[in-house]
Write a protein that binds this ligand. Structure first.
Ligand code: SF4
Length: 331
């Protein structure tokens, strides 16, 4: 299948319907052993130091992995993507824009889906068939999520890693589904994770390494990865338009906060870690979350793909200890 790069979650159903294989460039970058070199390489080529590490990593990963075509989200995700598209084109990479309509209207979404189908040469009927096919896997990811917050069988990092992979289904839904089936079977036999503090992580997927693992070493269990869960399209829908309108991340922040609040309640979460990325406009969302949510929030900032630093560790430990003391629990 033809590899088609994506810069964030897009209607992967349409890519598969066109006979392509979506490749999430974020995942390619962050799982590659050369991830630090990718960021440096982009800076050597002229990307400013004050541009987010994810953008630089995606740029280098795309070229290094020789991805010939990229679907870039130009509305609802990241304004830096506009210029990234220009640079990709300059390097010979074909680009296709996809826009999440800010007004979240059904009509605009239908029109965006039609544009994407036409660009890739996919029919509406086959795209909808792929929606049904991928929904079966999405529901299995919901089981993984429940095995985290309900059963205590899945670590916060495993939850993040598997759910975030639903942006591209590893480019191969059949083998991805087998992987999830195996994981569920193995995780069901584990003892229950029992931690005195339950945390949730909101914000973009962290570039920093070892964040979830350190939380668990410090006595907290991360039972919610907001954006990774949204990638799985937890609200479903009777059509692709409905499904991608129900996705909370690309639109106005109000419904996103409602979703986070509901999950805090449902998952019995004691505190929130808001991960923000250096030089990202979404850092400003921190102000809104703090005003709108009545729960302890710790904001963690990362810039490059490297291990969690000592300062962040100290802040996380203090946050977890503070919550544990409030609950009268020991960590
Ligand atoms: S972290 Fe922010 S700046 Fe970086 S790619 Fe994502 S949205 Fe864009």
């Amino acid at each position: 299948m033809n590899k088609i790069g994506i810069t964030t979650t897009i209607p992967a159903e349409i890519v598969f319907a066109a006979g392509g294989a979506p490749v999430d460039l974020n995942n390619v970058f962050i799982t590659d052993i050369k991830r630090s070199e990718y960021v440096e390489q982009a800076e050597v080529e002229g990307f400013p130091r004050t541009i987010c590490g994810w953008i630089k990593g995606m740029y280098s990963a795309c070229l290094d992995h020789k991805i010939p075509k990229v679907i870039a989200v130009t509305g609802g995700d990241c304004s830096n993507t506009h210029v990234l598209m220009e640079i990709y084109r300059m390097r010979g990479v074909e680009t296709i824009p996809f826009n999440y309509p800010y007004g979240r209207s059904r009509e605009s979404m239908e029109s965006e889906l039609t544009l994407l189908r036409d660009s890739l040469g996919a029919s509406e009927e086959t795209s909808e068939q792929w929606r049904v096919r991928l929904n079966r896997i999405r529901r299995k990811l919901d089981i993984v999520d429940r095995m985290t917050w309900q059963d205590g069988k899945v670590s916060g990092f495993e939850n993040h890693f598997l759910l975030v992979s639903s942006s591209d289904f590893d480019g191969n839904p059949d083998s991805f589904e087998e992987k999830i089936d195996r994981f569920i079977g193995e995780a069901q036999r584990r003892p229950e994770i029992d931690a005195p503090v339950r945390l949730g992580m909101i914000g973009i997927p962290p570039i920093m390494e070892g964040l979830h693992q350190f939380m668990e070493e410090s006595g907290a269990y991360c039972v919610y990865n907001e954006v990774a869960r949204q990638f799985t399209m937890p609200f479903g829908g009777e059509s692709l338009a409905e499904q991608y309108l129900a996705y909370t991340y690309p639109y106005q922040i109000g419904p996103r906060i409602d979703d986070i609040r509901a999950e805090i309640e449902r998952r019995n979460i004691d505190g929130i870690v808001h991960y923000v990325q250096s030089f990202c406009h979404r850092q400003m969302e921190d102000l809104i979350f703090r005003e709108k949510m009545d729960i302890p929030i710790l904001t963690i900032e990362g810039d490059a793909p490297r291990a969690i630093d000592a300062r962040t560790k100290i802040r996380l430990e203090s946050f977890i200890r503070m919550i544990a003391q409030r609950k009268g629990a020991a960590v």
